[in-house]
Write a protein that binds this ligand. Structure first.
Ligand code: GLN
Length: 448
């Protein structure tokens, strides 16, 4: 597959031919189920779009039954920015319902296969976007990351996935899951393409009050030769699989050989991350999903009266995982438990942020696993607690609002990709991309 950098140089005619071929290739592989559909718009470079990002005139459903029939009346800011830069939304990709999940199994549209092994999940929630790029069915894609949903599927599918600093990319037009954690980001074949797409979609936007209103760009200064200090976390990695530990050791060697300084640091027990995340995320999700009542958007199941219509619509429209989270979120926000759960989670979140700041007093970047192992088989993460626990390495980054990039490092014995992530200070995407490019070069994953 051509890279984004190369595709941006194609003529209109070359692009149109390329898109016709791409569409035929996608249609020839329906089993993979990476795309929900192809709804090509415009003459630009085709980019696959997660089904929770508004594209005017498209059916956009967040992978849910409750949004069937809804047509987006406007473009998300990222789509506007993309279009201005010569890119065009090409198709919408499969995802866990309302971005809640780690496997893409909770989608209304059925499962997406991992392009490296069809018995395995592609990861989630942006599993469709990751599988599309990993299978050579997209040049690049957009995903969203609330607790790892860009980085984890990128790691499982052998591609690059980047979550920007909270506030860097406008959330206007992104179907909200947990508003204080959500960010849209690029999913690409290599680090440079991620930087190109990041530059295009990031920047100020009046329409998002949490937008950082910063317009500095990374591509013009990309420098993989900078020598950096990278913190590694020996104890933190102990709970990961042997495959991940080996990849971690390999990445440290590669960073040393590339001339970077390695320092060892510690993080607190990641079980606190899980608790703080699942309380915060479900509390915010409960509030965000209250708008799906059958009156304003999508599917409606008529009841005997208004209240009954709400109940029927929501009971019928939401899947099990979404319902579970709505109940959890209501519980932690209820007056009797608010102090005990929600407030405590916010305090823990603050401590997590501080511990990162402390490490960044001495380090430019942190090297961390992204998931405890390679892509699990279908059904293996059916127990919700197991699924939540599998997020241990990804969610603290969102709680602290930091930028992070997951890139492929090696393959397991059974040939499944293993990615690791680099994490940077808030708003220091430049160092994140410089360091990631250096690691990518030192590892040379494509050779495997
Ligand atoms: N797996 C996490 C969850 O289910 C993260 C999802 C995401 O980042 N959207 O909440």
């Amino acid at each position: 597959m051509i890279t984004l950098k190369e595709a941006l140089k194609l003529s209109k005619e070359e692009l149109n031919n390329f898109k016709a071929e791409l569409k035929a290739k996608i249609e020839a592989d329906p089993e993979l189920n990476a795309y929900i559909d192809v709804q090509n718009i415009g003459d630009g470079v085709p980019i696959a779009i997660k089904d929770n990002i508004q594209v005017k005139g498209w059916s956009i459903t967040s992978g849910s039954n409750i949004l069937q029939g809804y047509i987006a009346p406007y473009n998300a800011t990222v789509i506007e920015k993309m279009t201005k830069a010569g890119l065009s939304p090409f198709g919408r990709t499969n995802m866990d319902e309302f971005a809640m999940g780690s496997t893409t199994e909770s989608s209304f549209y059925g499962k997406t296969l991992n392009p490296h092994n069809s018995d395995c999940v592609p990861g989630g929630s942006s599993g469709g976007s990751a599988a599309a790029v990993g299978a050579g069915l997209a040049i690049a894609a957009l995903g969203s990351d609330t607790g790892g949903s860009i980085r984890q599927p990128a790691s499982f599918c052998g591609i690059v996935g980047m979550k920007p600093t909270y506030g860097r990319v406008s959330r206007y037009g992104l179907g909200a899951y947990a508003s204080s954690l959500d960010q849209i980001g690029p999913m690409t074949q290599n680090v440079e393409d991620a930087a190109i797409l990041y530059d295009i979609i990031s920047g100020s936007d009046e329409k998002d009050s949490t937008n950082a209103k910063m317009d500095d760009k990374v591509c013009q200064n990309l420098n993989p030769d900078r020598k950096l200090t990278v913190a590694v976390l020996p104890h933190y990695v102990e709970n990961a699989s042997e495959d991940v530990k080996n990849a971690y050791a390999k990445a440290i060697e590669a960073l040393k050989n590339a001339g970077h300084t390695i320092i060892e640091r510690e993080m607190m027990d990641a079980k606190f991350d899980i608790s703080a995340y699942y309380i915060t995320a479900t509390a915010e999700a409960t509030t965000n999903l209250a708008r799906y009542d059958g009156i304003r958007y999508g599917n409606r199941v008529e009841g005997e009266n208004l209240q009954d219509t709400f109940i029927q619509t929501r009971s019928n429209g939401f899947g099990d995982e979404v319902k579970r989270r709505i109940m959890l979120g209501n519980f932690v926000l209820s007056s009797g438990y608010y102090e005990a759960y929600y407030v405590k989670a916010q305090k823990t979140r603050h401590i997590i942020k501080k511990q990162y700041e402390k490490i960044f007093e001495e380090a430019d970047l942190i090297l961390s696993p992204i998931a405890p192992g390679t892509a699990p088989k279908f059904g293996e993460l059916k127990n919700p607690i197991d699924m939540y626990l599998s997020d241990i390495y990804s969610i603290s980054v969102n709680l602290a609002g930091l930028p992070a990039l997951s890139l492929p490092i090696s393959k397991s014995e059974d040939s499944m990709p293993i990615g690791l992530q680099l994490i940077a200070k808030a708003y220091d995407e430049q160092t994140l991309f410089d360091g990631s490019m250096s690691l990518e070069r030192a590892i040379n994953y494509k050779k495997h």
